[in-house]
Design a protein around this ligand. Structure first.
Ligand SMILES: Nc1ncnc2c1ncn2[C@@H]1O[C@H](COP(=O)(O)OP(=O)(O)OP(=O)(O)O)[C@@H](O)[C@H]1O
Length: 263
């Protein structure tokens, strides 16, 4: 059925990553539970974005990049060479730091722009349903329902980001990766995106990289704290229930980081 999502379980198993000979992640394992929100936190340069990009095979687009380890979605190998890379991207969508809708394309066409790429055929009536459903899930429908034919570039930054979320949801991903999705947004737009994340809980698995500790505490169920020592690759120092990570972290480095002592 169009627009129906089933949250998937994403497992990273001993991921090691390099750019050329520079090792940037060392044996990172993480279980991102179905339907939950997992936050990735840690200082700049510790490999959070690289890890996120490995989860949907974007890392391999960089010529010098390589990796070891495995990523499994509901038990299936995301790096299975017999699977097309577009299948991985369809199941594991991504929203970036800067909203990137097609500016001249209508809001309607932006939402369905992933269909063709994913090889999904739909009638006009099915598309209409899908556009409304995706925009509702992204908490944008009420604001744009009367101007679906207007260009996506005419929306505010926060609306554009929710349009990008709608576009990702339209191909029914099982996982949505978000790389600092609110860092270019004002506080009101940030709140709307956070509400959208909350409303998607249970429908899609979300993995979010954020530098905003309050945001991680507000939106996520579980948190992974990444850290890279001087000249060392990044690794997960601590992982667990978000509330416990913020209120009673086990590792003194987590305590210092979540309390703003470094990073
Ligand atoms: N395209 C690239 N080519 C070479 N090195 C890279 C590339 N992208 C990232 N790196 C390096 O990989 C390491 C991890 O970077 P990454 O962007 O994953 O960290 P991050 O934790 O997401 O940082 P930030 O919070 O600042 O976004 C850094 O040392 C960075 O310089």
């Amino acid at each position: 059925m169009f627009g129906q999502t089933t949250a998937g379980e994403l497992v990273a198993d001993e991921i090691t990553a390099w750019f050329g000979t520079h090792k940037v992640l060392d044996r990172v394992s993480l279980d991102m539970r179905a339907g939950e929100v997992t936050a990735l936190i840690g200082p700049s340069g510790c490999g959070k974005s690289t890890f996120l990009r490995i989860l949907n095979r974007m890392h391999e687009l960089i010529p010098t990049a390589s990796l070891a380890g495995a990523v499994r979605l509901d038990g299936g190998d995301v790096y299975d060479r017999t699977e097309r890379i577009t299948a991985a991207r369809r199941n594991i969508g991504m929203v970036f730091q800067k909203p990137n809708p097609f500016p001249a394309m209508s809001i309607y066409d932006n939402v369905i722009s992933g269909l063709k790429l994913s090889g999904i055929r739909a009638s006009r009536a099915q598309k209409d349903v899908l556009v409304e459903d995706s925009l509702r899930k992204a908490s944008l429908w009420d604001e744009v329902k009367d101007r679906l034919e207007q260009p996506g570039g005419g929306l505010s930054g926060g609306q554009q980001q929710r349009l990008c979320i709608a576009r990702s949801l339209a191909v029914s991903p099982r996982v949505l990766l978000m790389d600092e999705p609110c860092s270019a947004l004002d506080p009101t737009s940030t709140r709307r995106v956070e509400e959208t994340i909350a409303s998607l809980r249970g429908q899609v698995t979300i993995v979010i990289v954020t530098h905003n500790m309050q945001q991680a505490a507000r939106v996520s169920d579980t948190t992974a704290f990444f850290l890279a020592g001087q000249g060392e690759p990044g690794a997960i120092v601590e992982y667990g229930d978000t509330r416990a990570m913020f209120e009673a972290p086990q590792d003194p480095r987590t305590h210092d980081y979540v309390n703003g002592r470094f990073g």
